[in-house]
Design a protein around this ligand. Sequence first.
Ligand code: NAD
Ligand code: MG
Length: 387
Amino acid sequence: MKKRNIALLGSTGSIGTQALEVVWAFPDLLEVSVLTAAKNVDLLIAQALAFHPQFVVLMDETQGDKLKEGLLGTGIAVLLGEDALVEVVQHEPIDIVLNAIVGSAGLRPTVKAISCGKDIALANKETLVVAGEVIMPLVEKHGVKMLPVDSEHSAIFQCLAGEEQNPIEKIYLTASGGPFRGKDIAFLETVTKEQALKHPNWSMGAKITIDSASLMNKGLEVIEAKWLFDLDVEQIDVIVHPQSIIHSIVQFQDGSMKAQLGLPDMKLPIQHALTYPLRQPNTFERFNFLDYPTLTFERANHDVFRNLELAYEALRQGGDRPCVLNAANEIAVDAFLRDEISFLGMSKLIEATMCQLSSIKQPSLDDLIAVDQQTRVVARSLIRGIG
Ligand code: NAD
Ligand code: MG
């Protein structure tokens, strides 16, 4: 394999730091030329000193001097702000952009990278939730690869290898069920953010951890899967699988099913995307069947976990609805983490916001960027009335 040059967006996050572990494990195959962060300047400096990228980008311009000082004499170029984050992906040596930013902030860099002919390794599911209808034709037009990093979608992608002639009948996205699996509404009324932040199987950033507890993460993944694999909403099912060993399943038209299994470790899908189509030997921990004698499955409860139903509903309605759902959810999660609304208040806020905004049937990219911003304003204005 020819050495691949990576722009790693969101390098200081959970996916970002694990991606750097993967890069570290394959010094002859992978190198990074771009590292970016929102605020964590100390970690960004440490990463830059270890990996020697060409560019670092920091969103928080007030810490620009500290970053420049930390990298003085290294020859690493320091860029600041959102426009720099978008522009930096176009540089010539970059082969693949690993987007590990959280939230719809990841959308514009993804669009730019595709337009510049870069392959995409996508952790930032919000990109496809907000604008899948615009992104996928762009991927086609520029002939780039869209490689999923989300573990469920990586699983489906891996199951589809060699099946180009065989239509999918259905996919099953597996869900751990999160920390509140099996609980009822009365229980959810009282849960705290500390409880919601404790995920049983995965260690992740705060936003996706809350999304996993509310099942919004699975809802966003249903929408992500629709665009990645060109499916109708009826072809996408969610099945709760608490052990998180089966990462997802494809069912073909003869009824045969293929699943992808492994320990819940994001380094595996990250490596798969970065070294695709090759599987490079590594020393990451192996699965042992005898540690998991029982793999179990349950129905996902759409009544208790209303966010999952809201996501299906947004997907059925189409147009700008998934974009509104996503932006309202970003505000709802933020408000929950600030103790401004309750756990169940998140679904109420999302639903109330979706009701307030009239829908656009065939939005352009610019429409979606505007709707994203507008939704945030509306959702913030509704927080006080939700509680
Ligand atoms: P995180 O919060 O740990 O990290 C987010 C990264 O994005 C950080 O580097 C942060 O500095 C940067 N960032 C945050 N806001 C930004 C902004 N407005 N502009 C630019 N950069 C910004 O999040 P994470 O858990 O690593 O998740 C990243 C993405 O990957 C999310 O879309 C998430 O849904 C997806 N994902 C994560 C996991 C996981 O295991 N963590 C698994 C599957 C998918
Ligand atoms: Mg996932």
